[in-house]
Structure formats: C-alpha cells, structure tokens
Design a protein around this ligand. Structure first.
Ligand code: UTP
Length: 287
C-alpha cells in the first residue's frame, strides 16, 4: 500500500525557545527566509506525501495562516509588480492538502499522533516532527517509505548520538541486518548513558502501520508524565516487527538553540547570494 498521508505534530510547548515561543510556534522560526516547518513540508511532498495532518495546539495559528491563501499580500505584490515574490507566496498555499487537528493539551508525542486516528483510517502513514530539518538528495522520509515497501513493516529513522546525549532520545537496542538496517529488539525513552542499550537514537521521522495507533491507545503515561511514542513502538514491536533505519543525510534539531544556529549558518553558506558575505563575516570573527 502506498504511503500518502503524513502526520506532523506541532503541538509541543517549545519551552527551550522561550520567550520567543510564548506567542509563536518554534516551527515558525525562520531558517533564512523560510520557517522550519516549510522545509519539513517540502520533505514530505518530495517523499510522495499528498495529504498532511498537522497536530496543532495553543499559539499555532500562524502555521495555519502560513499555508493558507493571503489575498491582501498577493494583491499588494501584484500591484508592485513583484512577480517572483508573488509566485513564491502563491506556491506555498498550493503545496499540498493540509488538515488541522487540535491536541487539547500537550500530553506527549504519542497522544498527539493518536488524535489523527480518524483521519488515518487504517492506512500506513508517515510521521515527521515539525522541528527536525533533514538535508539529503533522497529525503529521509522517502528512505523510510522505501524500506516499508520492501518489508511492509513500521520503520523508524535512527542515528548515532553522542553517548552523553542518550537522555534526549528514544534509544534502541537492535540487531544489525546490514549497514543501515536494524531489526528492533527494544527501545527506551531518554535513558541515562549508564542505562542506555546503545548510542543509536530515534530522530523525528517514522513510517507506521496503522496498528501503532492501537498501541498508543494502550500506552500508559510514561517518562515526563507524557504518553510516549517510544513506549507504543516497544508494544508494537512485540506484536509486529519494527525496523530501525540509519538514514543518510544531515539532521538539524532546530528545537535546540545551538542546532538552530548551526542550521542558519550552513543554509546561509549554501545560498549563492549570501555565502561570500557570510564567509567574510565568519573568518573575520575574533575568536
Ligand atoms: P519536543 O519535546 O521536541 O517538543 O517534542 P516540545 O515539548 O515542544 O519542546 P521543548 O522540549 O519544550 O522545548 C517533539 C515533537 O512532538 C510535538 C512537538 O511539537 C515536537 O514537534 N509534541 C510534543 C506534540 O505535538 N504534542 C505534545 O504533547 C508533545
């Protein structure tokens, strides 16, 4: 079965970016001239997704406005003959079918995904976290979809993380099947380095069979008093094999301040009209 639907949860509080995120979602923070969420939606589309479900919460109106038509801005740009900008703005609102579901309270990532159950309708689907940007010619989500096509089973993207950072990830124990694929044996949410089964962590991309939703339903509140997706994945793996895929690409967790700044620098250095000035600035910094 083709994977055409993606759930993008954006209902978290973004506390690491306070006070900026007091009235704006972290997913709308710009990386140069596009908000983070734009890159995530582009990845979904490039992976064959044509139906996106945003799980939104408080203060997320600006995401809806961003992907909606903006007649006033469009007529202003038209009047000023700013055709290139006009096209850019129009293209955004016609990118893909988008639906919005509200998570009443931020009760965790698992809970956020479960709110999409009715819309998912017993189909396999992708999940992309709205604050992870992943750069690669073949999109990370597409890599997972291809693995799903091959094995017909849920596949989660993983990467090696520094051992001292295991407490920020769902960490897997897996049996390596080849250079990039593991058969999942266990997954633990935010273990301390001493308790971590490895240093391979789940990042913000997943492809699931619809059975994950039944598992989330049965999942009790876990670490941080939240319904953890990690716990539901462990339950799913007991019923139906789950694979972990070491994706190819460069990931920026823009929900983290240092990673966010790194993303801005790298993207600026990749833009023809900016890179020389930015290089000059960086080399001129007195460190
Ligand atoms: P994070 O833990 O990275 O997001 O959740 P957060 O809670 O917003 O960030 P901090 O730690 O307070 O700064 C991972 C993803 O899950 C979503 C978030 O929006 C983010 O994309 N999420 C998390 C929800 O949609 N609902 C929740 O209840 C929790």
């Amino acid at each position: 079965m083709e994977i055409k639907k993606a759930v993008i949860p954006v209902a978290g509080m973004g506390t690491r970016f306070l006070p900026a995120t007091k009235s704006m979602p972290k997913e709308m923070l710009p990386v140069i001239d596009k908000p983070v969420i734009h890159y995530v939606v582009e990845e979904a589309i490039a992976s064959g997704i044509d139906d996106i479900i945003f799980i939104t919460g408080r203060s997320k109106r600006s995401i809806e406005d961003y992907f909606d038509d903006s007649p006033e801005l469009e007529s202003h740009l038209q009047m000023k003959n700013k055709d290139k900008m006009l096209k850019l703005v129009k293209d955004i609102s016609s990118m893909v079918d988008i639906h919005y579901i509200r998570q009443k309270e931020p009760r965790g990532l698992g809970d956020a995904i479960l709110t999409a159950k009715k819309h998912i309708n017993e189909e396999p689907f992708a999940v992309l976290l709205g604050d992870d940007i992943i750069v690669n010619e073949k999109p990370c989500t597409k890599q997972l979809i291809d693995n799903f096509r091959k094995y017909g089973r849920s596949t989660i993207a993983v990467e090696e993380v520094p051992m001292e950072k295991t407490g920020s990830y769902g960490i897997i124990k897996g049996q390596a099947l080849d250079d990039s694929l593991y058969s999942l044996e266990d997954i633990v949410e935010k273990p301390s380095p001493e308790d971590a089964p490895s240093n391979v962590g789940a990042i913000g991309r997943y492809v699931f069979t619809p059975e994950i939703l039944d598992c989330i339903k049965e999942t009790a509140v876990g670490v941080g008093n939240e319904i953890q997706l990690t716990d539901a994945i462990r339950m799913l793996n007991e019923k139906q094999k789950v694979y972990a895929y070491k994706f190819t690409g460069k990931r920026y967790d823009t929900g983290d301040k240092v990673e966010y700044v790194k993303a801005i620098i790298d993207f600026a250095l990749n833009k023809e009209d900016m890179k020389e000035q930015i290089k000059e600035h960086i080399t001129g910094i007195d460190l």
